[in-house]
Design a protein around this ligand. Structure first.
Ligand code: UD1
Length: 329
C-alpha cells in the first residue's frame, strides 16, 4: 500500500517523505508548491502538483485503491499572520482539511495522521501541559487546527475512519544527513531566524517580549527536532494500521528553553555574534508552552534521538549555511 503525504514538499513534510522512503514505503506527495520545493522531495516519491481543495484531483489520487493512509501537513503555520489574516487560516487549515477528510471517507481511506499543534492549548494553566488540558487557542491558527481535530473526532465516530492527531510543539533542526531542511523564504521560526542572523543573512534578531512571567522574561518553548517528530509519525502510522485506535498526543520533549537561551545556543554553535533588539510582545504568543510528553512515549514507544538544543541548532545552522552557499552560486 501507499501513503499520501499532503504538503510533502514543505519543511516537515519533506522530512516525513525521506523517513518513509528510507523505511521502504511507497509515497505519493500532494503539494501545490506554494511554500514548498519540488527539489526537497525524495526522488523515490511521486509528486502530484495540486491542491487539497481540488476534489476531482483528490478522487483521482485517493480513488486508485493504492492509498491506505494520509499524513496531512499541508496548511499555513504562522501564528501572527493568522491574527492579521484569519480567513486564510480558516480556509487553508480548516476548510481544506474538511475537503480532504470528505474525500478520504468517500474513497474509503481509513487511516489519517494530522499535524495539529500545541497552539490549541493557548496559554496553558498547567505546564508541562497534558493532552486533557483545556483547549483555548489564542490565535486563529490554533483555532483553525482545533476545528480540524473536532472534525476528525466526529468523522471517526460516524465512519470506518481512524486518526492520530499529533500536537506539535516547536519544530526545528534539519535532516542530520543534510538532505532537506527549513528552506521557506521569509520563515519566522525563532531558530531559523537566529541562524540567518548568525550567518549575516539578516541584520538583526528581534526578541518579541521581554516582560513575560518566565525566568528571563522571554517566551519559553519546547523545541523538538524535526527528525524525531517525523519518526513519531512513522510510529503513529504503524500503530494506526495495527490497532485502528484513534488518538491525540503531544509531540514535544517536555523541556522548555527561552528565546535568550536559543540565541545563546546559536551564538555557541556558529561562533558568531549578532545584533539582538528587544521589542514588544507579538500578538497571539503564549508566555510558556511545554509538553507533558509521557503519553506518546508510552503509547508508541517513541524514543527521541536528537533531544538536545545544541544538536537541533547545529543541524539547523548546517542546513542554513548550505542554503546560503547554494544561493550564492
Ligand atoms: C510555533 C509554530 C506553530 C506551532 C507552535 C507550537 C512556526 C512558524 N510556528 O509557533 O506552528 O503550533 O510553535 O508551540 O514554527 N520569537 C522571537 N523573535 C523571532 C521569532 C520568534 O522572539 O524573530 C519568539 C516568539 O515570540 C516565541 C518564540 O520565539 O516566544 C518561538 O516563536 P516561533 O518560532 O515563531 O514559534 P511559535 O510562535 O511558538
Amino acid at each position: 500500500m501507499s501513503i499520501l503525504v499532503t504538503g510533502g514538499a514543505g519543511y516537515i513534510g519533506s522530512h516525513m517523505v525521506w523517513n518513509l522512503v528510507d523505511a521502504g514505503e511507497s509515497v505519493t506527495v500532494l503539494d501545490n508548491l506554494s511554500t514548498g520545493f519540488d527539489w526537497a522531495i525524495a526522488d523515490a516519491a511521486r509528486l502530484v502538483h495540486g491542491d487539497i481543495a481540488d476534489e476531482t484531483l483528490l478522487d483521482q489520487v485517493l480513488g486508485s485503491g493504492e492509498i491506505d493512509a494520509v499524513i496531512h501537513f499541508a496548511g499555513s503555520i504562522i501564528v501572527p499572520e493568522s491574527v492579521s489574516d484569519p480567513l486564510k487560516y480558516y480556509r487553508n487549515n480548516t476548510a481544506n482539511s474538511r475537503t480532504l477528510l470528505e474525500a478520504c471517507v468517500r474513497n474509503k481511506v481509513r487511516n489519517f495522521i494530522f499535524s495539529s499543534t500545541a497552539a490549541v492549548y493557548g496559554d496553558p494553566v498547567t505546564v508541562p501541559v497534558p493532552e486533557d488540558a483545556a483547549l483555548c487557542p489564542l490565535s486563529p491558527y490554533g483555532s483553525s487546527k482545533l476545528m480540524t481535530e473536532i472534525m476528525l473526532a466526529d468523522t471517526a465516530k460516524a465512519h470506518d475512519f481512524h486518526y492520530t492527531a499529533l500536537r506539535y510543539f516547536n519544530v526545528a533542526g534539519a535532516d542530520p544527513k543534510g538532505r532537506t531542511g527549513q528552506s521557506t523564504a521569509n520563515a519566522t521560526h525563532l531558530i531559523k531566524v537566529a541562524c540567518e542572523a548568525a550567518l549575516g543573512k539578516r541584520d538583526h534578531l528581534s526578541i518579541f517580549g521581554t516582560d513575560y512571567d518566565t525566568p528571563d522574561g522571554t517566551g519559553v518553548r519546547d523545541y523538538i527536532h524535526v527528525s524525531d517528530l517525523v519518526e513519531a509519525h512513522a510510529l503513529a502510522l504503524k500503530d494506526l494500521r495495527a490497532t485502528g485506535e484513534s488518538r491525540v498526543m503531544n509531540c514535544g520533549y517536555g523541556e522548555g528553553f527561552s528565546v535568550r537561551q536559543v540565541i545563546d545556543a546559536v551564538r555557541r554553535a556558529s561562533n558568531k555574534d549578532f545584533k539582538v533588539l528587544e521589542e514588544p510582545r507579538r500578538p497571539g504568543d503564549s508566555p510558556k508552552v511545554v509538553a507533558r510528553a509521557d503519553k506518546i512515549r508510552a503509547t508508541l514507544g517513541w524514543q527521541p534521538r536528537y533531544d538536545d538544543l545544541d544538536t537541533i541548532v547545529g543541524h539547523a545552522l548546517a542546513w542554513e549555511d548550505g542554503l546560503a552557499r547554494r544561493n550564492r552560486l
